[in-house]
Ligand binder design. Structure first.
Ligand code: 6R9
Length: 581
């Protein structure tokens, strides 16, 4: 876990810089080796930079080296600048942000680390966190890392069953939570959910409970009350990653990346539309955010509310706008660039995955005036060697082709196994294309050598011999029909002629079907089932289209369960109740 975040450190660091042509030419090993020695404090130095073999699923970086990521995030900076602001907690209650200095965060982390040790948590144990994005959650992550425990951060939006599954999976003896969470003005009884979950988790011996609100909650013998510490305000550079810490983006770019670099990070507890759709931009103005990192789903939602909500606030502090989680369609990209950034800030579409640990393909770093093409992740990050492979497993050497996105060389942030299932790790990522790490995504490489993600590979269809992804079709529909949410289901194995597809799309547009439409293989609906990080749950929608709604699978990561019923009703209205070929 510790080393997984090492490359995040570098990507976050490089993102803040402007010109890097001088490092591009360096050899990969020299590059990572030099950065690792210069940017991190090691307890014992490493002997080799890398020792990786994809066919064996062997990923070893910095062998012999030992470091503590919590020390790298905190102690180093407390020695040089203890009063610098490490965290700005953008609380759900508008205008009540709280700042934490590196000194305060270290203090809180050490106290928690000592408490965990006193409660019997040992190196290698897994601690489950079920908390909103707040300083205590960050301190809990860092406290685990500090004492060598593993943290399992579960979205505070998950149900008791989903939480119980994850606790059982990791055999946690300790859970950390808060009495209640607050999101979008609503109070959520998190402790009560934990109580329900642990009834079916015999491994849990203790639940640490902090107070997020003033309301007391029922405590049992198993529960340990925690007090919070809060304070000091200071100015500084501000990295504003809006992702919840329960998503990998919150881990890498909300916590480990900024803190390891001695930066100031914003923890956003609220939603983009609470108390109104100006929340993000009011926060940008008030906190002086310089790098804003968000998800396309939020950008598309805010676009719908109009420019006034953005223009009301001074955004001159913004330098860079980032996007992550799914393809950003051209319209959203352009609005983000023109309205939010006032045409001044580069918009960076960053492609990566939980498995990659940090950003792998993004338009920057590159020359400050190098071109950026809307909706394209474009350039591989240093040390990332993408390759596109065809269905036969052959590498596509020519540009202007689409294939399975693989990565041909190891990099330090990559996943090294799947917890308790190394065989599955090898089968999922290394067996589909021997010698390559397989991402599961499809990508197009342009004539210029720029990459564009076209969507998950199981969602790609063959149109007149070209592989078209869901993202491309959705982009067309959003631009023409002017609706916010579009989801394209591609029936497996379908081959269509380009003119047939174009005709179907034209018909949809001319009939102005903004809510439900049904050519053979396309569904356009109103509200969609999505995860909290904004990913459309395509497997659920596929089941709706295939009329297998009795078994929709695991819905625990769903943000709004009502949306599924809306889609089912919409689909029935279109096709009636009967089964159709
Ligand atoms: C960081 C994160 C990973 C999957 C990934 C891809 C999709 C992420 C994207 C993108 C197009 C981008 N994805 N960023 N697709 N353009 N800029 O999202 O991790 O939650 O593990 O999801 O998300 O399909 O494979 P994770």
């Amino acid at each position: 876990m510790l080393l997984n975040h090492v490359s995040t450190v570098f990507t976050a660091y490089l993102w803040q810089q402007t010109s890097f042509h001088d490092v591009v030419a360096l050899e990969i090993e020299t590059f990572w080796g030099a950065l690792a020695s210069q940017r991190l404090s090691w307890i014992s130095p490493f002997n080799t930079v890398q020792n990786c073999n994809f066919s064996q699923g062997k990923i070893k970086w910095f062998e012999g080296g030992k470091l503590n990521v919590s020390v790298n995030c905190l102690d180093r900076h407390v020695h040089t600048c203890p009063e610098r602001v490490a965290l700005i907690w953008e609380r759900d209650e508008p205008g009540t942000e709280v700042k934490f200095t590196y000194r305060e965060l270290l203090e809180l982390t050490c106290r928690l680390g000592n408490l965990l040790k006193r409660l019997g948590v040992r190196r290698g144990d897994c601690v489950t966190l079920y908390m909103p994005s707040c300083p205590l959650a960050v301190a809990s992550m860092l406290a685990c890392a500090r004492i060598g425990a593993v943290h399992n951060v579960v979205f505070a939006g998950f149900s008791a069953e989903a939480l119980a599954d994850r606790i059982r999976d990791t055999q946690s003896s300790t859970v950390i939570t808060v009495n209640q969470g607050v999101r979008g003005g609503k109070v959520i009884d998190l402790k009560r959910t934990v109580d329900q979950a642990v009834q079916n988790c015999p491994s849990v011996q203790q639940v640490l409970v902090a107070m997020r609100t003033e309301n007391s909650v029922a405590m049992t013998d198993r529960d340990v009350p925690l007090e919070e510490y809060v304070f000091s305000y200071q100015d500084g550079d501000v990295f504003g990653c809006m992702a919840d810490i329960g998503w990998i983006t919150g881990h890498s770019y909300g916590v480990y990346g900024p803190l390891c670099n001695g930066g100031t990070t914003v923890l956003f507890e609220s939603t983009p539309v609470y108390p109104d759709p100006g929340r993000y931009w009011e926060t940008v103005q008030r906190l002086g955010i310089s790098q804003f990192y968000g998800a396309p789903t939020a950008i598309r939602l805010l676009l719908k509310y109009g420019d006034e909500w953005v223009q009301k606030y001074d955004r001159s502090c913004l330098k860079t706008l980032g996007s992550v989680g799914e393809p950003i369609n051209r319209e959203a990209w352009e609005w983000y660039h023109r309205v939010v950034g006032g045409g001044r800030c580069p918009v960076i579409d960053t492609w990566w995955q939980t498995e990659t640990g940090g950003i792998c393909i993004a338009p920057r770093p590159s020359d400050p005036d190098a071109e950026i093409i809307p909706g394209m992740a474009m350039r591989p990050f240093y040390g990332i060697k993408p390759a596109l492979l065809d269905a036969k497993g052959e590498v596509l050497h020519a540009h202007d082709s689409t294939g399975a996105l693989c990565i041909s060389m190891a990099w330090p942030g990559m996943a090294r196994t799947i917890h308790n299932d190394h065989q599955r790790f090898i089968e999922t990522y290394f067996q589909p294309y021997p010698g390559y790490f397989f991402t599961g995504d499809g990508a197009y490489c342009s004539k210029e050598g720029y990459y564009q993600i076209v969507g998950r590979l199981d969602d790609v269809i063959n149109v007149s011999g070209h592989r078209l992804g869901t993202a491309e079709l959705e982009d067309v529909v959003v631009c023409t029909i002017k609706c916010v949410y579009v989801f394209v289901v591609l029936k497996k194995g379908v081959e269509v002629q380009e003119d047939v597809l174009a005709q179907q799309l034209r018909e949809m547009v001319s009939r102005n079907i903004a809510k439900y439409a049904s050519p053979d293989y396309i569904q356009v609906v109103g509200r969609l089932p999505k995860t909290r990080s904004g990913k459309i749950m395509r497997r659920v929608l596929r089941k709706v289209v295939e009329r297998k709604t009795d078994d929709l699978g695991d819905l625990s990561t769903l943000d709004d369960s009502e949306a599924v019923h809306e889609v089912i009703r919409g689909h029935q209205r279109l096709h009636g109740g009967s089964k159709r070929e």
